[in-house]
Design a binder for this molecule. Structure first.
Ligand SMILES: NC(=O)c1ccc[n+]([C@@H]2O[C@H](COP(=O)([O-])OP(=O)(O)OC[C@H]3O[C@@H](n4cnc5c(N)ncnc54)[C@H](OP(=O)(O)O)[C@@H]3O)[C@@H](O)[C@H]2O)c1
Length: 238
């Protein structure tokens, strides 16, 4: 099956962090293949795309997550892409409790809250003989670290742990879980600007969106546990 042949017609997918960068590319790729997308980010003003409905969503806020999950359940969601995330890079001696909470709350608690809010629905689908999927966009650094990476990689290691535990638990209720681990991607990540010259050879958001499509269109007997992708210019590391 080629990438173009991977249809998502009839599927309903919730995507967090959907306003720009990788999340926006995921919205584009999923809707282009016929999926209905329930898309969330804190600032969704001015966003529109046929096949997608945008909701204000702060993944760190339980009430906001509850409203988003309700909309997703109403739409008949069968898959969740946890993509919302923030970057933060500084040596250990400069990490403040405030920055710790911002990064961990967004990347780890956010993944937990949104996933948790949809599990009763996924269990109900299982009882009707229907499977569900969760795709977590973590990072290539969800299992290795580097100087000035303590806080960000701690959050991504933790997000990987949540992903793997969920995969084990989800076997009991027909949930297939995939971790997508991109290397350097040209987005607005960590307050950067998309399209900057030094990012010319990095992965494009659409490359990561293709990985999401691959996971979501895998045959139902196949579980894509993990995908690790890098731009060829990035040093080989596992
Ligand atoms: N770019 C890279 O090199 C790279 C590499 C590996 C992994 N990743 C991961 O990929 C994911 C997407 O990052 P990106 O590169 O696409 O960054 P980005 O361009 O900055 O986009 C981040 C998205 O997350 C949303 N977001 C941030 N905080 C949120 C919150 N509290 N609640 C809901 N949405 C929130 C943002 O929208 P609002 O600000 O409007 O909420 C935006 O839509 C992240 O998990 C990141 O860790 C990125």
């Amino acid at each position: 099956m080629t990438m173009q042949e991977r249809t998502l017609a009839g599927r309903v997918v919730a995507v967090t962090g959907a306003s720009k960068g990788i999340g926006w590319a995921v919205v584009e790729a999923l809707t282009a293949r016929g999926a209905q997308v329930v898309a969330g980010a804190r600032d969704v003003s001015g966003l529109s795309r046929p096949g997608a409905t945008f909701y204000p969503l702060d993944v760190t806020d339980e009430a906001s997550v509850g409203a988003f999950a309700e909309a997703a359940v109403r739409a008949g969601v069968d898959a969740l892409v946890n993509n919302a995330g923030v970057g933060s890079f500084q040596p250990v001696e400069e990490i403040t409790p405030e920055e710790y909470r911002r990064v961990m709350d967004t990347n780890v608690l956010g993944t937990l809250l949104v996933t948790r809010a949809l599990i009763p629905h996924f269990r109900a689908r299982h009882a009707r003989g229907e499977g569900s999927q969760v795709v977590n966009v973590t990072s290539d650094v969800s299992a290795r670290t580097f100087a000035s990476g303590a806080l960000y990689t701690a959050s991504k290691y933790a997000q990987r742990a949540v992903t793997q535990a969920l995969a084990a638990e989800g076997q009991g209720y027909g949930l297939r879980v995939t971790e997508i681990r991109p290397g350097m991607v040209d987005t607005f990540f960590a307050d950067s600007v998309q399209g900057e010259a030094h990012k010319a050879a990095w992965l494009r958001p659409a490359d990561v969106a293709d990985a999401v499509v691959y996971a979501l269109t895998a045959p139902t007997h196949a579980r894509v546990d993990e995908m690790l992708l890098h731009p060829v210019v990035q040093e080989v590391a596992f």
